[in-house]
Design a binder for this molecule. Structure first.
Ligand code: NDP
Length: 237
């Protein structure tokens, strides 16, 4: 990507989001990140407080970014949570909280980014799904549903906004070395890694590289794609 863009990475105070924000900053872009607890992580990156389950907070965060960095041209919808539980024990709250953050939250951010992208007739949206969105995962009906939902969301936006030069793509990581993966027990981590043909977890920067590619001019003719970055874990879907 040659031209400097304004990039917003949701959930960018750690993990995949932070690695992605840093890579965009390395590439010379203007970068903002959102999180509920937006610690200052890098002096090249604007940190904004935003709980994406709240539409007013989303609106306020965009206004803050727009007045400091200009309209958001690249949106990386990365923020996500897990509330793992077996189906029989899962509460409505555990189900709704995950859908509201991962799926509805991404929708809120993407909707808010639309007007400026339409006006500019240029935009890039990258949604961070997960291999379990298509594979399924015992104990994660809420999380897998939210991640599968992102595929329909992004592909519908790809159709609705494509004629205005706005692309919408999905990356689908397998296990990545972040706090989210570290929160699993050693046994759970080992079981997952055993199923990965490449036999290891990904580093956050390996996810960031594909996201940056999808935002670049080199990916101008890619939209509605689901790109696996999973060491082969999800092969066949
Ligand atoms: P982390 O748990 O390390 O980071 C999650 C980020 O989301 C944090 O910045 C967190 O900040 C933010 N966040 C959570 N809830 C909200 C909210 N309501 N509003 C705004 N921000 C919020 O996760 P990872 O880096 O591991 O994961 C990033 C994405 O990648 C997620 O969508 C995850 O589902 C996906 N993924 C991760 C995999 C893995 O193995 N790690 C595998 C496949 C997909 P704060 O808590 O301060 O709000």
């Amino acid at each position: 990507m040659t031209e400097a863009r304004t990039v917003l990475v949701t959930g960018g105070n750690r993990g995949i989001g932070l690695a992605t924000a840093r890579l965009f900053a390395d590439l010379g872009h203007r970068v903002a990140v959102t999180a509920r607890d937006p610690k200052s992580v890098d002096d090249r990156i604007m940190s904004v407080s935003c709980d994406q389950t709240d539409s007013d907070a989303v609106d306020a965060a965009f206004e803050d970014i727009e007045s400091n960095l200009g309209a958001v041209q690249v949106l990386v919808a990365n923020a996500g949570i897990t509330r793992d539980q077996l189906l029989l024990r899962m509460s409505d709250e555990e189900f709704s909280a995950v859908i509201d953050t991962n799926l509805t939250g991404s929708y809120r951010m993407a909707r808010r980014a639309t007007r400026a992208m339409l006006r500019a007739r240029w935009g890039r949206r990258i949604f961070v799904s997960s291999v379990v969105g298509l594979l399924g995962s015992a104990g994660q009906v809420n999380y897998a549903a939210s991640k599968a939902g992102l595929v329909g969301l992004a592909r519908s936006m790809a159709r609705e906004l494509g004629s205005r030069n706005i692309t919408s793509n999905i990356v689908s990581p397998g296990p990545v070395e972040t706090e989210m993966f570290a929160s699993l027990t050693d046994d759970q981590q080992t079981t997952i890694i055993e199923q990965v043909p490449l036999g290891r977890v990904a580093r956050p920067d390996e996810i960031a590289e594909t996201i940056a590619f999808l935002a670049s001019d080199s990916a101008a003719y890619i939209t509605g794609a689901v790109i696996p970055i999973d060491g082969g874990l999800g092969m066949g879907h």
